[in-house]
Design a protein around this ligand. Sequence first.
Ligand code: MN
Ligand code: MN
Length: 266
Amino acid sequence: MLPTISLIGIPTDQHSSFLRGAAAAPAAIRAALASPHGNSATERLTEIGHDFQLLDIGDVAIAENAGDDDCIRAAVAAAPSPLIALGGDHSISFPVVETLARRHSAFDILHFDAHPDIYDELDGNRRSHASPFARIMEGGHARRLVQVGIRTLNRHCREQAARFGVEIIEARHFSDQWRPRFDRPLYVSIDLDALDPAFAPGVSHHEPGGLSVRQIIAILLDLDVPIIGGDVVELNPSRDINGMTAVVAAKLVKELAAAMAANPLR
Ligand code: MN
Ligand code: MN
């Protein structure tokens, strides 16, 4: 049997702080993945369906009530690892990581984003899409949190980062040669607004000065530790132009899945 990567859609944007719309992302990412505009090849020179396969579990049934996190946890608990969650806004990372932490011990997180998402709360919401990594670190669910592309660090978030020991590679300090080094299994969280809006306009929070698609793929290509799971979040199809950001999201899903297949869980 081919190495199998689970895909699970989490169509929610109820914890978005500025604009809604990310709930429509899983369908848009799936359509881009299936589109005949491209083929099944990955940049690792493997092919979907030949060297590994994607197992689409479908979407979590979101009801916009307090039970949603339990629905996400149940769906993730039932999905074989490794898995890729299709957001949805970034709030989904907390229940996904929390659930994977029950199955996998001692993993690190590599997080691409314009924002550190470590607010204690935003607008009174502790489940805000600006807070998932505060909840993850408070819960002790990751050994290391390495954030790349950050360019919105206010005083509160700098204090939170120091409190949690977050390793931040700010966008202003990023170079093409920079590579993260890990010696534990990894979870990879990709917020599409880590990318410059020139490459990914279909997001709710345009934050100029970001990474290129090439720079993120270069890092994914060099990952050499087992990857237990990941997510691609914050695509907002209502802000997209000709579906170009959906194609970027699909490309990153493909390359992340290829990295998972190339570094099997032990
Ligand atoms: Mn984020
Ligand atoms: Mn962001």
